[in-house]
Design a protein around this ligand. Structure first.
Ligand code: SF4
Length: 712
């Protein structure tokens, strides 16, 4: 029996962390909750240590089980009733909106929220708060790849093909991706690919665990991936490896790209990137002569102020080689967060409405407003990307109140000390989380929320496969789901009610509560209607259909019609059905090195930690495996600076500094230093990073800035 006296119970669900969404079985008995691996197409029975230990947080002693309110006298966060906490929020929202207008309230969501929560949050912002300011932490994750995919293919789905295709590729090129540490079960596909005779080529400034498995590792200077791609296309053109028939029949705009890459002869790319001409030629040959080839990018290529153009350069290469739409071939992005894909499809993003519709498209506004039961002209217009919102908090004309769900920007935002100051200057900061994150610690109101094993819902993984997240048990006393919080806030804000409200929610029609159902099944039913006819069409996806298969791939417009594991087989999602080339050229990093800051700084993840570490830093086994931050330096650089292995160092940029022990490793370039971004306080890597953003995607330049390093 369980501690509560119930029979043992089980739930077949998915990991709470990354976008691989490994299948797992949760079992609760007298000894507590155990995680067991489950056969699922993405992980085939494998889990990484983060997945194995995920249940530890369910009964963690630091878990929040009561709302907290900041006491004005002492300045401390004190336990409070739900009624007091929610009233404080509503009073604060009304006050700032009355004084400064509706956009004075902003909402910051998360890529770990279920589809239902992401949808409800977008609706709450636009219908409940009537603010245009909503965006989410996925902006810091894969927004550059999303923008590049949209402009080339007319649609953005991380992988437009099933993951199993990786095992079938003759050549697999990974650019700025390190799945051996970020999503280890995916390595099985890489192993299978090589067992089948395929070649694995990795582009990364560090010899990561993934790069060390590769047949060929290109180690460019950070920020030069775009030039590498243009040189690869230059070689492919010179050697006659492009697919002329495919380019002629299925694409537009190639002539301009051909002209633009003509200037990227290999020796020039070598001079800029440091990648030898021979390696560029070998890579182009491996791609250009393969029967099946796949090019994947991840954050290393994407988190730049030219991230969209960098991804576009690799998309251009894939199109010129005729790869997208062919089995075992194509371009894809390895999405990072658990629901980074679904989170951006259903309305958390500043420029989008559910179904991946554009918020400035009159027809899209009309459709979604109809589902929500509000006049289309009352929906706010597009907002601005996440960093722009954070940077403007508390400034004249900027938002004065912020609601944060499932995110920790104090650790994860660029130029984090500045963001922290902005958050401290707000009239009202509300954070809903399961633990007291560094952002929650600054809040005026903290709301304790349910965990992944305590509520139902759906997630959309990196393949665009919609999955069921199934509850093992209800939330503990004192804790509420995000959907319940949004419904209660909407009711208290007394949302004006339309004449006809299409909803599956229980309760009397015509009430605010009915418009924000707390039952995730009801929210999903509404989401299906809202997404119907859009690029990310979920209309034909029911929970029972997901249960009957290993998930359902969008778009899936009808219940009795097929889903779409593979996109672009016949046409692209552009008006004329053709993919679009865009000429792109290298430009330097936003902050070049100089005498004062002579080294390149780059950031990333380690195997045992996840994102800002709010959860994984509190799990015993993960903390033991990766207890502290570090600064990775090449031994030659360390010798020049007089720094020994393990000695404390200070990394300083124009924006701030981080202090952590040195870790000497020959796997990094001598002109570059690396730090993981999972830790807060003095070791916070994002104190150093640059807040220059990509002009198209709004992606900050996390992956390169100029620093100096010295003994601390
Ligand atoms: Fe979870 Fe990702 Fe690890 Fe799979 S790879 S167990 S989804 S963290």
């Amino acid at each position: 029996a369980t501690p509560q006296g119930f029979p043992p119970r089980e739930a077949a669900t998915h990991c709470p962390y990354c976008a691989l969404q490994c299948g797992m079985l949760l079992r609760e008995d007298a000894d507590g909750v155990t995680v067991l691996p489950r056969q699922f197409p993405t992980n085939r029975g494998g889990l990484c240590q983060k997945g194995w230990t995920a249940a530890e947080l369910l009964d963690h002693p630091e878990r929040l089980t009561t709302p907290l309110l900041r006491d004005p006298a002492s300045g401390e966060l004190r336990p409070a009733s739900w009624d007091a906490a929610l009233e404080r929020i509503v009073t604060g929202i009304r006050a700032v909106q009355a004084e400064s207008g509706r956009d004075a309230v902003a909402v910051f969501g998360g890529g770990g929220l279920t589809n239902e929560k992401a949808y409800a949050l977008g609706k709450f912002a636009r219908v409940g708060l009537r603010t245009r300011h909503i965006d989410y932490n996925g902006r810091f994750c894969m927004s550059s790849a999303a923008a590049a995919g949209l402009r080339a293919f007319g649609i953005d789905r991380g992988l437009p093909f099933p993951l199993a295709d990786l095992g079938r590729a003759d050549t697999l090129l990974l650019v700025g991706a390190n799945p051996a540490e970020t999503m280890p079960p995916l390595v099985r596909w890489l192993t299978e690919q090589r067992r089948n005779g395929g070649r694995l080529i990795v582009v990364d400034p560090r010899a990561t665990a993934t790069a060390r498995q590769a047949d060929l590792h290109l180690q460019p200077l950070p920020g030069t991936d775009l030039a590498v791609a243009n040189a690869l296309l230059h070689i492919a053109l010179t050697e006659g490896w492009t697919d002329r028939a495919y380019v002629a029949e299925r694409t537009t705009g190639f002539a301009a790209v051909r002209r633009s890459v003509a200037a990227w002869w290999p020796a020039r790319a070598e001079q800029l990137s440091g990648v030898p001409v021979a390696d560029l030629e070998a890579t182009a040959r491996a791609l250009g002569t393969a029967g099946r080839a796949i090019i994947l990018t991840a954050r290393g290529a994407e988190q730049h102020a030219k991230g969209v153009d960098t991804v576009t350069a690799y998309v251009n290469l894939a199109l010129a080689l005729g790869l997208p739409g062919r089995p075992g071939s194509g371009y894809g992005c390895l999405t990072g967060q658990g629901n980074g894909q679904g989170g951006r499809e259903h309305g958390q993003k500043a420029d989008q409405l559910p179904g991946y519709r554009r918020i400035d498209d009159p027809a899209a506004r009309e459709h979604v407003a109809g589902v929500w039961g509000v006049p289309a002209d009352e929906l706010p217009g597009p907002g601005v990307p996440a960093y722009q919102v954070l940077d403007s908090l508390g400034t004249p004309g900027g938002p004065r109140a912020l609601l944060v769900l499932g995110s920790n920007p104090v650790v994860s935002a660029p130029r984090a000390a500045h963001v922290e100051r902005r958050l401290r200057g707000l009239d009202l900061l509300v954070v809903a989380d399961l633990l007291l994150s560094e952002t929650a610690a600054l809040a005026d109101v903290v709301l304790p929320t349910a965990q992944w094993a305590e509520e139902d819902g759906t997630m959309t993984n990196l393949e665009g496969r919609v999955l069921r997240r199934r509850a093992l048990r209800p939330p503990p006393p004192g804790v509420r789901t995000d959907l319940a919080i949004l419904a209660d806030l909407a009711a208290r804000l007394a949302v004006a009610e339309p004449a006809a409200v299409p909803t599956d929610a229980p309760g009397p029609a015509g009430t605010a509560a009915a418009r924000f159902p707390t039952d995730p099944a009801a929210v999903f039913a509404e989401l299906r209607r809202a997404s119907a006819g859009g690029p990310a069409d979920y209309a034909g996806i029911s929970w029972s259909r997901i249960d009957a298969a290993d998930g359902v791939f969008w778009p899936c417009p009808t219940e009795d019609g097929p889903d779409t594991p593979r996109l672009f087989t016949d046409r692209f999602a552009t008006p004329d059905g053709r993919a679009r080339f865009h000429p792109v050229d290298h430009r330097p990093a936003a902050e070049p090195v100089c005498d004062e800051y002579p080294l390149h700084f780059t950031t990333g993840r380690v195997l045992a930690q996840y994102q800002s570490g709010t959860q994984t830093r509190r799990v015993d086994a993960l903390r033991r495996a990766a207890p502290d931050a570090f600064v990775e330096l090449h031994p030659d650089l360390a010798a020049r600076l007089g720094i020994g292995d393990g000695e404390p160092v200070r990394v300083t940029s124009r924006r701030g500094e981080l202090r952590a022990p040195a870790r000497l490793s020959p796997t990094i370039r001598p002109d570059t230093v690396f730090a993981p971004f999972h830790w807060p306080g003095p070791a916070r890597a994002n104190s150093v990073t640059n807040d220059a953003v990509d002009p198209i995607s709004g992606m900050p330049e996390f992956k390169i800035c100029a620093v100096r390093v010295e003994k601390a």
